[in-house]
Design a protein around this ligand. Structure first.
Ligand code: AMP
Length: 284
């Protein structure tokens, strides 16, 4: 694996590789890697001749500075995992390398409605930060294929919008969520959970599964309220439990039984914010 810290050197290497033919698969991450990240790298490895992974904890997407400060960093272990996974190139830039002009006065992106709901609502500015870093990284890497996790469902929709807005032709692949044995979605933030909170955390995927199993045509309000109450009784501070159209993320209160849905939740346990979602295609 070749490690690049400088954007210009990375660009030069990738240009040489592109001239030689083959395709580039790209997996952007914030490090503290787990099996979920590795599954994206595996997908990229199957479909491309060169796999590029980036590790960059992007300050502009953290609406909560404490969350940024506490974000886990496990660089040595990450490099070992990437070597084992057969990744060709690791891009490990400094903040200055990504934002040479600083982080003030960065461009903003017309992502519209997606910025006002769910994660957009509860994390103001977060998706602008995601667009800022992704625009820079996509420009630099110029990948054929981009692999991102369904775990961050709304983020995938935002990046899809960014690709449309910028005309970047990289193809986005949304990969399924890897889970721990008890159903908890793998996340870098899970290492911050105490043993007790880690055990309670499984409830998020459980309530989403209950919604998936029990949703019926008609009003979904009661179902969502029950899910929220269950989380709150277990000690969660809930930002949202919601059902939305899977294609548009329009929130729903009633369902026609046909439109594909996604159930989404975000909640804090022990000060750690966890998110998860599950797709619902039709009535079983
Ligand atoms: P992060 O390092 O949290 O920014 O995540 C980097 C990429 O890995 C994003 O596209 C995430 O959606 C994806 N990812 C995070 N957790 C999982 C998971 N449990 N399963 C699959 N992909 C994931």
């Amino acid at each position: 694996m070749i490690l690049f810290k400088q954007a210009a050197r990375l660009r030069h290497k990738l240009q040489t590789l592109l001239q030689a033919g083959g395709s580039i698969g790209f997996v952007p991450t914030m490090g503290a890697l787990h099996q979920g990240h590795l599954s994206l790298l595996e997908a990229a490895g199957k479909e491309n001749s060169t796999v590029v992974c980036s590790i960059f904890v992007n300050p502009t997407q953290f609406n909560d500075p404490a969350d940024f400060e506490k974000y886990p960093v496990t660089l040595e272990k990450d490099i070992e995992l990437l070597e084992q996974a057969g990744v060709d190139i690791l891009f490990l830039p400094s903040i200055r390398e990504i934002y040479p002009e600083g982080t003030q006065d960065l461009p903003t992106y017309a992502i519209g409605f997606l910025e006002t709901i769910l994660e957009g609502h509860y994390r103001p500015g977060h998706f602008q930060g995601v667009c800022q870093v992704m625009h820079r990284l996509l420009d630099l890497v110029n990948a054929d294929h981009l692999y991102m996790g369904q775990k961050d469902y709304q983020q995938c929709m935002v990046v899809d919008r960014l690709l449309n807005l910028t005309g970047i032709t990289t193809k986005l692949h949304t990969c399924s969520t890897l889970r721990e044995a008890d159903g908890l979605a793998m996340s870098s933030r899970n290492v911050r959970l105490s043993a007790e909170d880690r055990s309670t955390a499984r409830l998020i995927s459980q309530v989403l599964e209950t919604i998936r199993n029990e949703v019926q045509p008609g009003s979904v309000k009661g179902l969502l309220q029950n899910a929220q109450q269950k989380l709150e009784s277990a000690g969660f501070k809930v930002d949202y439990v919601a059902l939305a159209h899977a294609r548009t993320l329009q929130l729903i209160e009633t369902w026609d039984g046909k439109e594909p849905l996604v159930a989404l939740a975000a909640a804090y346990i022990g000060g750690v914010r966890l998110i998860d979602n599950m797709l619902i295609h039709s009535i079983k």
